[in-house]
Ligand binder design. Sequence first.
Ligand code: NDP
Ligand code: 2IT
Length: 454
Amino acid sequence: MDQTFKCYADTPEEYYDCFIRGLKERNPGEPEFHQAVAEVSKSIVPYIFDNPKYIKGQVLERLSEPDRLVSFRVCWEDDEGNIRTNRGFRVQFNNTIGPYKGGLRFHPSVNQSVLKFLGFEQIFKNSLTGLPIGGGKGGANFDPKGKSDAEIMRFCQSFMIELYRHIGEDVDVPAGDIGVGAREISYMFGMYKRITNRFTGTLTGKGIEYGGSLIREEATGYGLTYFAENVLNHHSEGLKDKVCLVSGAGNVAQFAVEKLIEKGAKVVSMSDSKGMLHVKEGIGLELLQEIKDLKKKGKRLHEIQATGCEYHEGKDPWGIEADYAFPSATQNEIDLDDAKTLISSGVKGVFEGANMPSTNEAINYFNKHNTLFGPAKAANAGGVAVSSLEMSQNNIGLSWEREKVDNELQSIMKDIHQTCVKYGQKKEKVCYITGANVGGFVKVADAMLSFGIY
Ligand code: NDP
Ligand code: 2IT
């Protein structure tokens, strides 16, 4: 295999083809990773052709190879006394502009490809926040569904018994993602503290009593809404009275719905891995609280019995007539057919709360139909941004007030929007995909070049 990764090409198209071919050869059987790198490279390759120092420095080639990837056995005992074995991972992708930073995902679908795509995306997202954080991701193919609290605790503790040696407050700072919320972070933080005998901000998303930040729980969903508002205002539009589709019913979805309601939008759907809740009159705060309580117990949306709610087993929300969509469940939840359905449902804007919820074919379709499109790495960056603010508070030994953190979050999302406009403006239009990819790339790439060859 050619380890120089060098592409000799006269045109950006040739370079792109050669680069992606090489990437697939070097990383066989990793479709999610191929997809994420292909999406980013589509924007980056034309840019580096205009700025050849990045080609000479082989920056894209270096960026798409993780600094390191650790994989480890996680053994734990279930409530029946059976020994269970899962696989844990941490992908430390790039620490050029700060310690590795990114969530931990516990879901049966977790594998090397999924975590490499998430870690790669995180490099650009974290750079876009303007804060000093590198890119990483981790997790395990553990399914928290149906597990008792004691089983979750034993799993988290066992996971940390290995992970602790790879992380640290200025090395790598994990947080939550799918299947990992405040409860799991607490079990892991408790074990980290016990093993190391140090109280440091090595995880974010911690409880408020022991070093967590106010607004971190809300940050991804709130930030998503703030970003959408920035995009819409830039196009002389707004959220008030607009009909919105949200998918997912977890952390991101819940707080996106909360903020959308506050902004006067009418949210008519939420969903989970089994089906979709359609609420024609719009989800109210009382119903949202019921959904939050239900999800805290690990239950499914079909158990919601409130009046005005229709539950559709095995369905997603994309066929409901609406103005804007906020996919906030998981990767590839919008394929080409879903994109077509969304456009025929009247949707004029898609803002990604989840990571890579749209396939590349769906994105092309949205582009062809001039759909306003807020890509994940910009739109959902609010969560990791407030994680970084949590790290800052831990470093100086202070806890900021709710309002201060929320103001910071709003200003970060506004700056991310401006970065997207700066790098994505094409004549009259802004391509937020190009803006986010190039805007995230430049800072990391310049820092890499200044370090020389390594
Ligand atoms: P949660 O675990 O809190 O919620 C995930 C939601 O998505 C649940 O409703 C779940 O359904 C649903 N879901 C999960 N997997 C699938 C699947 N394969 N098919 C259909 N539905 C599915 O996770 P988060 O809300 O934290 O994460 C949601 C997305 O947002 C992910 O892509 C994550 O990477 C991204 N994200 C999260 C951030 C954070 O701070 N938490 C920050 C930025 C992005 P069920 O309830 O049935 O399990
Ligand atoms: O995808 C993401 O940005 C997250 N899961 C949050 C990461 C973090 O470190 O807060």
